[in-house]
Design a protein around this ligand. Structure first.
Ligand code: ADP
Ligand code: MG
Length: 242
């Protein structure tokens, strides 16, 4: 079943056409990885899915409903589609727990024991039960990024978008963040990732999409894309990064 469906999505910044007719279907429980050179449009595509950028043409359907109509309130959609960025942007003056509870309190009006129990359960689920009352500067980059993931999960999203969430981390901290994604995937979360972690994409993605100048030049199961890429530009990209 298509959880998220993009058809003919086009996005330009001035004269610069950044997404040029994107068709993409993400089924429930699937993990889709977007790969491609810097500037190929991966971040913009994720931002459009989350209504952080309006699209110029085409449609984005969430569970069959067109969410891309102009003028639609993005907030209800953003609670259903969580997003995590390369920079985790936790508030430095708030504990990890307070950072995670902020949006459920403000957007959902949640509070009290129901919220704190749910949040504590999330920290426990991702191995951070003993870090809840720490401030961001008392946490490693990997732990801060895991808190940022928990913050997105606290809104109980149906889909999660991840934009190169390990790119700013020291190499020894990448593994613990990828382990969280691995766990989410095993739990059946529907996910779309822009990533440079080719080994991870190869191991876990259902579908890999190679973006080139705003188009999905080719897509398919990771074994196909990584072992027998059809397009010269995909081959050139992979030979640079593998
Ligand atoms: N807010 C913006 N305003 C103008 N141009 C942008 C903006 N965001 C992205 N771009 C341009 O869109 C293109 C794709 O960028 P991006 O989606 O960040 O690619 P990627 O994530 O694959 O590196 C680039 O040419 C970039 O300069
Ligand atoms: Mg990017």
């Amino acid at each position: 079943m298509a959880m998220l469906q993009l058809t003919g999505v086009r996005k330009a910044f001035g004269d610069n056409v950044v997404l040029d007719g994107i068709d993409l279907t993400v089924s429930a429980g699937q993990m889709v990885c977007l790969i491609g050179a810097s500037g190929s449009g991966k971040s913009t595509l994720l931002r459009c899915m989350n209504l952080l950028e309006p699209i110029d043409d085409g449609a984005i359907l969430l569970d069959g409903t067109d969410i891309s109509e102009p003028g639609r309130d993005p907030q209800p959609v953003r609670t259903r589609i969580g997003m995590v960025f390369q920079s985790y942007n936790l508030f430095p003056h708030m504990t990890a727990r307070a950072n995670v509870e902020l949006a459920p309190r403000r957007v959902r009006g949640q509070s009290g024991a129901a919220l704190s129990d749910r949040v504590a359960a999330l920290f426990a689920r991702f191995g951070l039960a003993d870090r809840m009352e720490h401030y961001p500067d008392q946490l490693s980059g990997g732990q801060q990024q895991r808190v940022a993931i928990i913050r997105a999960l606290a809104m109980a999203p149906e889909i999660m978008l991840f934009d190169e969430i390990t790119s700013a981390l020291d190499p020894e901290l990448v593994g613990e963040v990828l382990d969280v994604l691995r766990q989410l995937r095993a739990e059946g979360m529907t996910m779309v990732l822009a990533t440079h972690e080719m080994g991870f994409a190869r191991e876990l993605a259902d579908t890999v999409c190679f973006l080139d100048r705003g188009r999905i030049l080719e897509s398919g199961p990771p074994a196909r894309i990584f072992e027998t890429p059809q397009e010269p530009r995909t081959r050139a990209f992979l030979s640079r990064v593998l």
